[in-house]
Every structure is written in structure tokens, then in C-alpha cells.
Design a protein around this ligand. Structure first.
Ligand SMILES: Cc1cc2nc3c(=O)[nH]c(=O)nc-3n(C[C@H](O)[C@H](O)[C@H](O)COP(=O)(O)O)c2cc1C
Length: 180
């Protein structure tokens, strides 16, 4: 009896692992300065995933202080900028990895627009955040307030200044969430 139970548990565990690792993954991200793009490209390479960039209709100022000032206003007002990006076949994916820079302790507004405009019902969703020292801040909780009916995986958090050498950290995170 014990042996049957053990075999059954092993079989279930193996099936779960196989399911996660054979999942169809989409990496979707916004990046203002390039850091989040670096992580997104590494995720694409490690998982052989599809990748889509979130592009705002109107680009944010290239000047850092102007961008911060605009981001402050927009995040405070929960403003949702128009984005050019549409993923028509979101339904094809089992897992969506959503990348954002930490902006004013939350997700960047173009990412909030993307999350609001799409349905993630029954999908596994994980955030990956690059930051300048503030870590995850409110990014995950704010995403959870926008997205409903998804199965949330642990967020990946990466220091913006170390993204070039983040391969091992990325691999570690992907293992933690069962994608590797
Ligand atoms: C408008 C703006 C606001 C930011 N606010 C924060 C913040 O609140 N906390 C933090 O840790 N980093 C903050 N940063 C730093 C970025 O999160 C960090 O540099 C990130 O890696 C940038 O990603 P990107 O190069 O993909 O845009 C901010 C950067 C910008 C441009």
C-alpha cells in the first residue's frame, strides 16, 4: 500500500514538473533604459520563449528627471497610457512573464495598461522587476489588484545595475517557479 502511494505521489510530481517545463511561455516587458529588456532577452534565451515589447503610444521623455516627474504624476493618478502593443494570441500561452522597471515603487504605467487590457484567466503569471535599490516594492501587490483569476508565481527581482551578469540569478528564479 505504502509503495503504491509513493509511486502515485512520484508520478504526480513528475507530471507537474513536465507540465511546467513544457509550458508555452510568453515574455512581455516594458523597458525605458534597457535593463528590463536585458532580463527579458535572457529569459527568452533560457526558456526558448516568445517575446513582446510593450511600446507606449507616446514615448516617455529621454531626460531622466523629466521621466521621473511624469512617472510620479502618472503613478499617483493611476494613469493608464495608451500602448501600441497587442498580443492577439495571448490565449496560446500557459505562462506569461511580465517585465517592468520599478517606477516610483510600482509597475510602470504602460505595463499596468497591458495588464488591464488583457485577460489572464487560468494562466500562470509572474512579474519580473528591475530596480534601482527599491526591490519589488508594491509591484506585485499592484499587479494582483489589476489581474484577476490568474495563478500568480513568485516574482523575479533583479538589480538594474547587475542585469548584464544576471544569468545565474535568472536561472535560479526559473527553477524556483518550476520553469526550469
Ligand atoms: C521614472 C523612474 C522611476 C524610478 N523609480 C524607482 C523606484 O521607485 N525605486 C527603484 O528602486 N528604482 C527606481 N527607478 C530605477 C529603475 O527601476 C531601474 O533603473 C530599472 O532597472 C530601469 O529599468 P529599464 O532600464 O528597463 O527602464 C526609477 C527609474 C525611472 C526612470
Amino acid at each position: 500500500m505504502k509503495q503504491i502511494l509513493f509511486t502515485l505521489v512520484l508520478f504526480i510530481m513528475m507530471t507537474m514538473c513536465a507540465n511546467s517545463q513544457n509550458s508555452k511561455v510568453l515574455v512581455v516587458y516594458y523597458s525605458w533604459g534597457g535593463n528590463t529588456r536585458v532580463v527579458a532577452e535572457k529569459l527568452k534565451a533560457q526558456l526558448d520563449a516568445d517575446i513582446v515589447e510593450i511600446v507606449p503610444e507616446t514615448a516617455y521623455p529621454t531626460d531622466y528627471s523629466e521621466c521621473v516627474a511624469q512617472a510620479r504624476k502618472e503613478t499617483k493618478a493611476n494613469f493608464r497610457p495608451t500602448i501600441k502593443t497587442k498580443v492577439e494570441n495571448l490565449g496560446d500561452y500557459d505562462v506569461i512573464l511580465v517585465g517592468t522597471p520599478n517606477w516610483c515603487s510600482t509597475i510602470a504605467p504602460p505595463v499596468a495598461t497591458f495588464l488591464e487590457q488583457n485577460k489572464f484567466n487560468g494562466k500562470k503569471v509572474a512579474l519580473f522587476v528591475t530596480h534601482g535599490g527599491g526591490g519589488l516594492s508594491r509591484c506585485e501587490s499592484d499587479m494582483r489588484n489589476i489581474v484577476s483569476n490568474a495563478y500568480f508565481l513568485k516574482s523575479g527581482v533583479f538589480s538594474g545595475s547587475n542585469v548584464a551578469s544576471s544569468d545565474d540569478d535568472i536561472a535560479k528564479w526559473l527553477k524556483e517557479i518550476g520553469l526550469k
